[in-house]
Design a protein around this ligand. Structure first.
Ligand SMILES: C[S@@+](CC[C@H](N)C(=O)[O-])C[C@H]1O[C@@H](n2cnc3c(N)ncnc32)[C@H](O)[C@@H]1O
Length: 196
């Protein structure tokens, strides 16, 4: 079975546009077969964005990890005027994010990276709706190694559902971060992790 995080060059392409409204702003994104949540913005992504934007309107330096077609990075740039780097392992996602960056006239930068393999910078915010189906080791790598890319007062924002082990993962991360639950809805939990 093909997953949205695999790079299958033979996968048929059917690019289309989807709409998304947040904080009275309307966005339209290109999506395609083989990428996460291609028909509508995911509930967890939406809750993560709304919770983040309730807490932050500052113009930060932000890293969107596992950006998909770019919804998190592009909405944060548009609403807070932040400078956002976006990364994904899936080449089709990187391509769609490039198309959306162009469509938005955005200054964001998107590039291929397996977790942080191609990331050299540090950020005020690392934000992610992380890949769950890649397995616990890669998921933990993405969340733990974010620390190396956070400024001293930086924050890691992420969403994981309770039934996907959100609270168990929180316990595993508590030895390296101070973690706060910022929001809980419909089984989705929004976490913020800060340097100890
Ligand atoms: C749950 S999706 C979120 C996509 C997008 N941010 C959104 O909210 O719609 C997770 C993303 O992580 C990407 N991903 C999977 N493994 C990865 C890895 N090792 N490094 C970077 N990105 C990865 C997937 O391709 C996918 O786009």
């Amino acid at each position: 079975m093909e997953h949205y995080f695999t790079n299958n060059e033979d996968l048929e392409s059917k690019i289309k546009e989807i709409n998304y409204n947040i904080l009275d702003k309307k966005f339209t994104f290109y999506t395609d077969l083989g990428v996460f949540s291609k028909d509508k913005v995911d509930y967890g992504t939406d809750l993560l964005l709304r919770t983040y934007l309730n807490n932050h309107n500052e113009s930060f330096k932000v890293l969107d990890v596992g950006c998909g077609y770019g919804v998190i990075g592009l909405v944060i740039e548009s609403i807070t005027n932040s400078k956002v780097d976006m990364i994904d392992i899936n080449k089709r996602s990187v391509h769609l994010s490039k198309m959306n960056i162009k469509k938005f006239g955005s200054n964001n930068n998107v590039f291929y990276s397996d977790a942080y393999s191609e990331v050299n910078d540090t950020y005020d915010i690392v934000i992610t709706n992380p890949p769950i189906r890649v397995g616990n080791d890669k998921l933990l790598e993405i969340l733990i190694d974010a620390k190396k890319h956070l400024n001293e007062k930086g924050e890691l924002w992420y969403v994981i559902r309770k039934d996907q082990g959100g609270l168990t993962i929180m316990k595993k991360l508590e030895s390296i971060y101070n973690i706060e639950i910022k929001e809980k809805k419909k089984g989705y939990i929004i976490f913020v992790a800060k340097n100890k």
